[in-house]
Design a protein around this ligand. Structure first.
Ligand code: PAF
Length: 282
């Protein structure tokens, strides 16, 4: 082969990718798998509904577990290995079904204390302890070179990036843009809980974020005004109840005095009984 041909030969992707999931896979997860396949020799998808990241009154019991359908999606996307561990494999000798921090008989926890503190961390007090702990375990078991997380769970992404930096994991965290339905609703495993009417009303989350973006584009820099405007959009949907609408620093998720480009608008709202989250970088 001559040098010119050798020069244009595409480099083979190398390394091992991990796409951590709780199953109930959708196009958002498929996008993570496709992105992972582009730059890795092999992709592992973990499917584990992690009990320790659910609060006592949350949807752990009813969380969908369509393992066979999930495996078909993984196969279609060229995933090399599906890792679907049992509770005992992930929490040996513990009783993770007794959910919440402090309720496990004996266990070691991984906590991130800065980025995890507000927003989801405030509303779901043991959530990020559970996420960090299970993701650290998955990193130790799979030992990937890269791990793929969706921007849809923006705070989770930032918490994991911080954890990886703080604990010196030799793993690159790759963030993948949120995949949306045609009308803009962020894809989520929890969308399947919505009735047709709630599904239609759930679009207010995306509308509220766009309202914040439009006001920011017109020069509004007062976070309070943007937050109030988002809340007003949510109030237009009778089935929706706002949990929070905030503008935060895109890295630390601290509150802002004055909004800057790169900050993030984050929203959480119940639509009927289903809690949805979404975000948009300004
Ligand atoms: O984003 C999720 O599905 C979960 O929080 C994760 C990262 C798989 C940990 O259980």
């Amino acid at each position: 082969m001559n040098a010119a041909v050798a020069a244009i030969k595409p480099r083979k992707p190398s390394g091992l990718a991990l796409v951590p999931t709780m199953g109930a896979l959708h196009e958002g997860h498929a996008a993570l798998m496709r992105t992972a396949r582009e730059s890795n020799a092999a992709v592992v998808v973990s499917i584990y509904v992690n009990p320790t990241q659910f609060g006592p009154n949350e949807d752990f019991a009813k969380y969908p577990r369509p393992l066979e359908a999930d495996c078909r999606i993984c196969e279609r996307e060229g995933v090399a290995v599906v890792f679907a561990p049992t509770d005992n494999e992930m929490y040996p000798g513990s009783q993770p079904r007794l959910r919440g921090r402090g309720q496990l008989a004996a266990s070691t926890w991984v906590e991130e204390l800065q980025v995890a503190k507000r927003l989801e961390g405030e509303r779901r007090p043991s959530h990020f302890h559970g996420v960090c702990t299970v993701v650290a375990k998955l990193f130790n078991i799979i030992q990937p070179d890269r791990a793929y997380f969706g921007q849809k769970d923006y705070q989770q992404l930032k918490v994991i990036q911080r954890m990886v930096r703080d604990l010196c994991y030799p793993i690159e965290i790759v963030s993948v843009p949120t995949v949306r339905e045609a009308d803009g609703l962020a894809m989520s495993s929890r969308n399947r809980y919505l009735s047709p009417d709630e599904r239609a009303q759930a679009l207010v989350l995306w509308k509220a974020l766009n309202c914040a973006r439009d006001l920011f584009a017109k020069g509004e820099r007062d976070p309070q005004r943007l937050q109030t405007a988002m809340a007003q959009v949510i109030a237009t949907a009778p089935a929706a109840r706002l949990d929070y609408a905030e503008i935060a620093d895109g890295e630390t998720l601290e509150q802002r005095q004055k909004v800057k480009r790169g900050d993030v608008a984050l929203i959480a709202a119940f639509v009927g009984a289903t809690r949805l989250i979404d975000n948009l970088i300004l």
